[in-house]
Design a protein around this ligand. Structure first.
Ligand SMILES: Nc1ncnc2c1ncn2[C@@H]1O[C@H](COP(=O)(O)OP(=O)(O)O)[C@@H](O)[C@H]1O
Ligand SMILES: [Mg+2]
Length: 255
């Protein structure tokens, strides 16, 4: 299963990416979790102490694979560099989990035409199309990571929304884009829901979308963050909510 996670900043994409990862690991699956949001830090949420080299910093390797020279502005470069070995060499590994960090492309984000982007996109394409593990991609609100040749490999795009107008607007915008690029299945998760009123607000505003579940607001999560604890270490029942969501993902996946 290949899952991309998007939504407005601060809605809980990283929290939810890591909770889903934890559920799949508990079910005995191998998981590759990708931090693809420049504004994010998956290491903190997962409480990983080791360094994870952002792929964008692999200057020599990027140059070698794209047929360019480090530090020189490249006009001609390979759009499909060889990257099969990258996850196993440069991702953080712990048992059945691999964690990769893309890093930030200076200026232009993932839209710009440069060897670094060709490399990062090739890594994503490789993960989505060639790996057997569950792949979970923690993305920014923009979904330009999912370009040509990768959308058909994505089983689900999950959009995380809070009970706020702004977050709902972003959700609708992302959904529209995702439909345009023909993502197969789009689901919404309502997060930080504190009351029935807030839950109904999301349901009502997004009644044409496929809402897969709601996660309550748990004050302990933020406190846990400061103490270096993962969300499920401070609120163990949080994973129950995700169990239900994963079951929906799997049912739909088998159709
Ligand atoms: N269900 C929740 N209850 C309470 N706090 C949450 C919840 N989900 C996320 N948070 C907190 O909200 C903040 C933003 O979450 P994060 O997952 O980093 O969002 P994003 O990746 O979308 O920017 C973090 O401090 C996180 O601990
Ligand atoms: Mg994040």
């Amino acid at each position: 299963m290949k899952i991309a996670i998007s939504g407005k900043g601060g809605t809980g994409k990283t929290t939810i990416s890591t909770c889903l990862t934890q559920i799949f690991l508990k079910r005995g699956k191998r998981v590759i979790l990708i931090d693809a949001d420049p504004d994010s830090n998956i290491k903190t949420t997962l409480n990983i102490k080791e360094e994870i080299i952002p792929l964008i910093e692999l200057k020599e390797i990027i140059a070698e694979r794209t047929g360019t020279t480090p530090g020189e502005r490249a006009i001609v470069f390979k759009m499909n560099p060889e990257v099969d070995d990258i996850p196993d060499r440069f991702f953080y590994k712990n048992g059945n989990l691999l964690v990769g960090v893309l890093g930030t492309v200076r200026g232009g984000g993932l839209g710009c035409m440069c060897p670094e982007n060709a490399f990062l996109k090739a890594v994503l394409r490789n993960l989505i199309l060639k790996r057997n593990e569950v792949v979970i991609i923690d993305m920014p609100a923009g979904i330009e990571h999912l370009g040509r040749g990768t959308t058909e490999g994505i089983d689900w795009l999950l959009i995380i929304t809070e009970p706020t107008e702004k977050s709902i607007d972003t959700t609708e915008r992302i959904e529209k884009l995702a439909k345009e690029i023909k993502i197969k299945r789009i689901g919404v998760i309502g997060n930080k829901v504190e009351s029935e009123v807030e839950r109904n607000f999301i349901s009502e505003k997004l009644k044409n979308l496929n809402i897969l579940g709601f996660i309550p607001y748990f004050q302990e999560i933020k406190k846990g963050e400061i103490e270096g604890k993962t969300p499920w270490e401070v609120v163990d029942k949080i994973l129950d909510y995700f169990n239900e969501i994963v079951e929906k993902l799997e049912v739909k996946n088998g159709e």
